[in-house]
Design a protein around this ligand. Structure first.
Ligand SMILES: NC(=O)C1=CN([C@@H]2O[C@H](COP(=O)(O)OP(=O)(O)OC[C@H]3O[C@@H](n4cnc5c(N)ncnc54)[C@H](O)[C@@H]3O)[C@@H](O)[C@H]2O)C=CC1
Ligand SMILES: O=C(O)[C@H]1O[C@H](OP(=O)(O)OP(=O)(O)OC[C@H]2O[C@@H](n3ccc(=O)[nH]c3=O)[C@H](O)[C@@H]2O)[C@H](O)[C@@H](O)[C@@H]1O
Length: 439
């Protein structure tokens, strides 16, 4: 079976490599020629542990190719996965569907043999049914194009593992040939006992956004309790551990801090609210606006703590920011809480030194005015305050002894609850963490 993957970003590049790893001949397609050139040389244009090795291996073996040419794959592939972006529309909550629509229209125009198009992008419910109509209308005469929806649940930083060993597979189908074709594509993964849910289009689309909405809610749930422990005292980490022991609740995704960001959770909960609103069901997802607000208040709290620690005025003071990626093991700064906090402190007049092991370049493109440096040592030099914003291992391991010789003043805010605060306090540091009372 020959497979194309349309869109070679975080999702598409990983999926294309994963399909090659499963033994298929794969072509990745993108409208961005620079990305395609780099991928064709076996280079990955973003940071994802383990992925460069697989891409290089399969580019070298010839099993994985990349192109900007839809005509080439339209005449060649049996299955076309669509993994282009669905970002938030500027100034609105709704998802921008123009990339998905353009990709599907290009496929309709260029597919010259019977094929299955499989949507993987995260989309508003109702999209698959709409696209199926579009494909039927626009397909070339005599060419049969079916559609299926197969949402993706991979996490950045674990993308390879999540692709090859997913927790579950979901197939949204409404034509007889789609399920057997998808079963053949995923045969090796299904053979390991991976749960498979075969369902209709709408359920498949909703499973994806429901999963992300649940994860976002779980994070905002613990962060709402952070607001309480910050006021009355108590330890948010112990609280999370204690409720997490209840297997009905579970400890994962209860890490309190500056909240969730990235290219998915924030825009997905907003797009879901926009979609149910369109359907006249505003009330059913109204709680997600509270989830969003709790999340955004965490950033304000981090800025407030920084300002309080510096005596109410940050102007001209030197702040060391450790981490700007939206989470560790990623160079992604889309809707990054860390970059947002760093940028706000800059806007308030602080001199902000930033060090992230992988995300400096992406952050500099989005917010060029911060002072990006290549090491923790440079970032912390003469700092009046250190802010730990993304929990890279390098930062989690920090001790007062590491930092004290570098900084001008011993002040640390742990916005991810990852260091031992008592150790810093005992060493004479002014220390604050999100979810803990300060001072
Ligand atoms: N990043 C992630 O971890 C995950 C993302 N998703 C979903 O997957 C989708 C893609 O997300 P990312 O990969 O993060 O986005 P991305 O922005 O990294 O990649 C999208 C790619 O699509 C390309 N593209 C745009 N229009 C195109 C067209 N007409 N034809 C061919 N290529 C085109 C862009 O040039 C870009 O390379 C989104 O719907 C997202 O919600 C789902 C699960 C995980
Ligand atoms: O739809 C998507 O694109 C993906 O979105 C998330 O994956 P991802 O955005 O890569 O990252 P997560 O690990 O979910 O983290 C999201 C954000 O939540 C934050 N987070 C996570 C966990 C936690 O306990 N606390 C917390 O603040 C992280 O720092 C990060 O900013 C989901 O976990 C994936 O299943 C999904 O496929």
């Amino acid at each position: 079976m020959k497979i194309s993957v349309i869109g070679t970003g975080y999702l598409g590049a990983t999926h294309a490599a994963g399909m090659a790893e499963l033994g298929f001949d794969v072509v990745g397609v993108d409208v961005d020629p620079t990305k395609i050139e780099r991928l064709s040389r076996g280079e990955l244009p973003f940071h994802e542990p383990g992925l460069p090795e697989i891409i290089r291996k399969h580019v070298d073996s010839g099993r994985l190719r990349f192109t900007t040419d839809y005509a080439e794959v339209g005449a060649w592939a049996d299955v076309h996965f669509v993994g282009v972006g669905t970002p938030q529309m500027p100034g609105q909550h709704a998802a921008d569907m123009k990339y998905v629509d353009a990709a599907v229209l290009s496929l309709a125009e260029h597919i010259t043999r019977d094929a299955l198009v499989v949507g993987k992008s995260t989309v508003p419910v109702g999209t698959a049914r709409r696209l199926q109509g579009l494909l039927r209308e626009k397909a070339r005469d005599g060419v049969d194009i079916s559609l299926a929806w197969n949402p993706e649940f991979l996490r950045e930083g674990f993308a390879v593992k999540d692709t090859l060993e997913p927790d579950r597979l979901v197939f949204g189908v409404n034509s007889p040939d789609a399920e057997p074709t998808l079963r053949a594509v995923y045969a090796k993964i299904l053979a390991t006992g991976t749960p498979l849910i075969v369902t209709d289009f709408e359920t498949a689309e909703l499973v994806k956004v429901a999963a992300n909405a649940f994860l976002a809610t779980k994070i905002s749930f613990i962060n709402a309790f952070s607001e309480v422990t910050e006021a009355v005292g108590g330890d948010i980490r112990t609280l999370a551990d204690a409720i997490g022991h209840d297997t009905r609740i579970g400890r994962r995704f209860l890490n309190a801090g500056i909240g969730f960001g990235g290219g998915c959770l924030p825009k997905d909960i907003r797009a879901l609210q926009a979609r149910v609103s369109e359907l006249g069901l505003d009330r059913s997802m109204r709680f997600l606006s509270e989830v969003d607000e709790i999340n955004l208040r965490r950033r304000e709290r981090a800025v407030y703590l920084a300002s309080s620690m510096l005596g109410g005025e940050v102007a001209d003071l030197r702040i060391c920011v450790l981490g700007v990626a939206f989470k560790p093991e990623s160079d992604d700064v889309r809707d990054s809480p860390a970059l947002d906090v760093a940028a706000r402190l800059y806007e308030m007049g602080a001199a902000v030194n930033v060090y992230d092991p992988e995300a400096n370049a992406n952050a500099a493109r989005r917010f060029p005015r911060l002072n990006y440096v290549g090491s923790l040592t440079e970032a912390a030099a003469d700092a009046d305050l250190v802010l730990l914003l993304t929990e890279w291992d390098e930062f989690k391991a920090l001790t007062p002894e590491d930092l004290a010789p570098l900084v001008a003043h011993r002040r640390l805010i742990d916005a991810r609850n990852v260091v031992d605060g008592d150790r810093f306090r005992d060493a004479g540091w002014d220390f604050a963490a999100l979810g803990q009372r300060y001072p």
